[in-house]
Design a protein. Structure first.
Length: 149
């Protein structure tokens, strides 16, 4: 009898969702401790209105406990709210009115920012367009879906 064992690596590695592994177009790739996002776009959602998302449509979040220069999301927090790593840029044809930038997160990881807010994904968002993290109060602050303007 053949037994299939599926390890729960995604939850332990801080990957936001099963599709955080490198996609065929290279837009979103999971890394230990975060998600590398090459492209940002806007996405219209039913419950949160228009939000900023990864190139693959996963909602991006900011945390009220952060400052413009640092992330307050520690090791326990990162498992639920993986930081978006690397330098962000708008997808082709997308105009984002906010400022794109980076900060240095714990351990020297470069984390993407939008309007001086460090960016995160949410481990509870399983499909593009999910906004399950919007309004969540956790880790000493409130999580908000990033709005484009």
């Amino acid at each position: 009898m053949l037994t299939l064992t599926v390890p729960l690596v995604a939850a332990c590695a801080g990957t936001a969702h099963p599709s955080a592994a490198a996609s065929s177009n290279g837009v979103l790739s999971g890394t230990i401790g975060g998600n590398a996002v090459a492209l940002l776009k806007t996405l219209r959602t039913a419950s949160a209105g228009t939000v900023v998302s990864s190139g693959t449509g996963y909602t991006l979040y900011w945390f009220s406990g952060d400052t413009a220069r640092s992330s307050a999301c520690d090791t326990l927090c990162i498992a639920q709210w993986p930081p978006v790593t690397g330098a962000p840029r708008p997808a082709s044809g997308v105009r984002l009115p906010g400022r794109l930038g980076t900060i240095t997160h714990q351990g020297g990881v470069v984390q993407a920012t939008y309007d001086d807010h460090p960016l995160y994904t949410f481990a509870g968002d399983f499909d593009p367009g999910d906004v399950g993290g919007n309004g969540v109060v956790q880790f000493g602050g409130t999580w908000h879906a990033v709005k484009p303007g």
